[in-house]
Design a protein around this ligand. Structure first.
Ligand SMILES: C[S@@+](CC[C@H](N)C(=O)[O-])C[C@H]1O[C@@H](n2cnc3c(N)ncnc32)[C@H](O)[C@@H]1O
Length: 252
């Protein structure tokens, strides 16, 4: 867990390039991001009893890409993205006119009690100090409607600052029911196996030299290898990082 909350200036430095343009544009193109968004959307479909929501808030939304994916995939009347870095949200405002963007800093969520039946906290909680984290979870509890869903995604790895499964479960142990956990590397491994099988069949059918098609596939999906937990441990030692998605239901 972080000793101090990572300040806004750190994100601005990380995401604003030397020429002044926003590095959030890079973030939106990253294959790893696209994969974890897909894994989380699948997890919501799997655990949401009916996939219609009245309102969603995405805390730490960056450019609102995931807010947009969720509000396009499910029936949602009101979609709100919240972040403390303006440059990312400026991109979002231009791209996604249907999303309401709010500039605010966690742990506060400037919204009414019980106002959202879907709360998204994707790759944001581990930037907070213990105290801010606990306050943020209380805020999530306050703004989530009873019976609403909370989706939390955190990186799982050997990096000590990242939250582990036990810490997340303990943070959400009162007022929430755990619906399920999806490990990203497991999902990606399964999809990798499936796609490899398909690729081999296609290559045989069209007499494409297998090596080149496998090579192309791997090149275009380098990220898959990177996210394969066991493989990356083997190749990079302790550098393996993947993500896990938790789905909670707000119970009262
Ligand atoms: C790694 S990005 C994740 C973006 C997005 N949720 C996703 O999964 O694609 C973390 C985001 O959280 C935002 N963030 C970090 N700490 C925050 C805080 N204390 N208050 C509001 N936003 C914060 C950052 O500005 C950044 O946009």
């Amino acid at each position: 867990m972080n000793k101090d909350t990572v300040p806004k200036s750190w994100f601005e430095k990380k995401y604003i390039k030397n020429d002044g343009s926003s590095g959030y544009l890079r973030l939106t193109k990253e294959a790893s991001n696209r994969i974890h968004h897909q894994v989380a959307v699948d997890a919501i479909s799997q655990f949401a009893p009916n996939c219609d929501f009245d309102s969603v808030i995405d805390i730490g939304c960056a450019c609102g890409d995931f807010t947009h994916i969720v509000s396009s995939k499910f029936k949602i009347n009101r979609a709100v993205g919240m972040d403390f870095v303006e440059s990312g949200m400026e991109i979002g405002k231009a791209r996604y006119p249907n999303i309401e963007f709010i500039l605010a800093s966690l742990p506060k969520i400037p919204s009414r009690d019980s106002s959202f039946d879907l709360v998204l906290a994707m790759e944001v909680l581990y930037y907070l100090s213990k105290q801010d984290l606990e306050e943020t979870v209380n805020e999530i509890k306050r703004v989530a409607a009873p019976g609403g869903l909370v989706v939390v995604s955190v990186a799982l790895g050997d990096d000590t600052n990242q939250l582990n499964r036990k810490e997340i479960l303990s943070l959400f142990n009162s007022g929430f029911r755990l619906c399920g956990i999806v490990d990203q590397y497991a999902k990606i491994q399964a999809s990798f196996n499936k796609n490899m099988g398909r690729l081999i069949r296609v290559a045989k059918k069209y007499k494409i030299p297998l090596a080149s098609s496998v090579g192309l596939f791997l090149r275009d999906n380098m990220i898959i290898a990177q996210f394969n937990y066991k493989l990356s441990r083997l190749l990079f030692g302790s550098a393996a990082v993947t993500k896990q998605v938790f789905i909670f239901e707000k119970t009262d």
